[in-house]
Design a protein around this ligand. Structure first.
Ligand SMILES: [Fe+2]
Ligand SMILES: [Fe+2]
Length: 252
C-alpha cells in the first residue's frame, strides 16, 4: 500500500518540533535522517581531502579543492539543522556508529578511508555526488522540515556541478586508464553506490515518507540512479555491471 504523506514541504521550523506541536516520533525520525545526511556529507568531504594528496594535475586539483570546500559546507549546513534541534555534531555522529557499519555506508567510508587514485575519485564521484544529487533533489528538497528543505536548496545547486564533474571524470577515465580498467572499477564500485540509497521498504523510510521527510522509497531512487548511470556508462563506451536484485546488492 502506498504511504500517505501527512505534512507538506517546509511546514515545520525547529521551534514547532521542540514545542511539541508535532508528534514526538517526528523528532526522532528527523534527527536520525539528518544525522545520516550530515555524516555522508562529511565523509564525502574527507574523501575529497584524501584524494587531494594523490592528484598532481593542477586543473583537477582545483576542482577537488572546490568540491571539498562545498562538501564541508554541506556537512556544516546539516549539522547546523541538527544543532537547532539540540543535537550537537558529536552526539549526531555517535548515534551513527552502527549505521556506519551498514552496506549503505560502504561507499562514503571507502572514499574517506581507502580511496587511492584518480580512478577511485571518478568512481566515488559517480557513487556519491550523483546519488547525493538524486537523494537531495528528490527527497530532501521537499522536506516537511523547513531547515532541511532550505539546506537542500543550497546543496542542490552545488551538487549539480559535482554530478557534471562525475560524468566528465567517467569519460576521461575511460580514455586515460582504458576501458578494461574502468569496467573493473565499475564492477567494484557499483554495488557500493547503489547500496548507498539504503534498504528498500524499511520501517524507517515508511516513517520518513509519512512525515514528509522523504518523498520516495530508497528502492525507487536506486532504480532512477541505475537508469541515469546506465546512459552515462554507455556514452563513455563502458559496460554496466549487472547486480543482484535485493539489498544489499552484489555483482550478479
Ligand atoms: Fe554534498
Ligand atoms: Fe557532492
Amino acid at each position: 500500500m502506498p504511504v500517505r504523506r501527512q505534512f507538506p514541504t517546509g511546514c515545520f521550523e525547529a521551534a514547532d518540533v521542540l514545542n511539541g506541536r508535532v508528534e514526538p516520533n517526528y523528532q526522532k525520525v528527523l534527527t536520525r535522517l539528518l544525522a545520516a545526511h550530515a555524516i555522508a556529507e562529511r565523509l564525502t568531504a574527507e574523501g575529497y581531502g584524501r584524494v587531494y594528496g594523490f592528484i598532481d594535475d593542477p586543473a583537477l586539483t582545483k576542482i577537488i579543492e572546490k568540491n571539498m570546500a562545498e562538501e564541508r559546507k554541506h556537512a556544516r549546513l546539516v549539522y547546523a539543522a541538527l544543532e537547532e534541534l539540540g543535537v550537537n555534531e558529536s552526539r549526531a555522529d555517535r548515534s551513527m556508529l552502527m549505521v556506519l557499519k551498514a552496506p549503505s555506508f560502504v561507499a562514503p567510508r571507502y572514499f574517506a578511508e581507502q580511496a587511492a587514485n584518480e580512478l577511485d575519485l571518478a568512481m566515488a564521484s559517480i557513487s556519491l555526488d550523483m546519488t547525493g544529487l538524486i537523494m537531495i533533489g528528490v527527497n530532501y528538497k521537499e522536506s516537511s522540515y523547513a531547515p532541511h528543505a532550505r539546506a537542500a536548496e543550497v546543496i542542490l545547486a552545488e551538487e549539480e556541478e559535482h554530478e557534471l564533474f562525475a560524468a566528465n571524470e567517467l569519460r576521461d577515465a575511460a580514455e586515460r586508464f582504458g576501458v578494461d580498467r574502468v569496467n573493473a572499477a565499475l564492477r567494484e564500485w557499483l554495488p557500493r553506490a547503489v547500496n548507498f540509497f539504503g534498504p528498500p521498504g524499511s520501517g524507517f523510510t515508511f516513517d520518513c515518507i509519512r512525515f514528509g521527510l522523504k518523498t520516495r522509497d530508497n528502492g525507487e531512487l536506486a532504480e532512477l540512479y541505475l537508469s541515469l548511470l546506465e546512459r552515462r556508462v554507455a556514452q563513455a563506451g563502458l559496460q554496466m555491471p549487472q547486480l543482484t536484485p535485493d539489498y544489499p546488492h552484489v555483482l550478479a
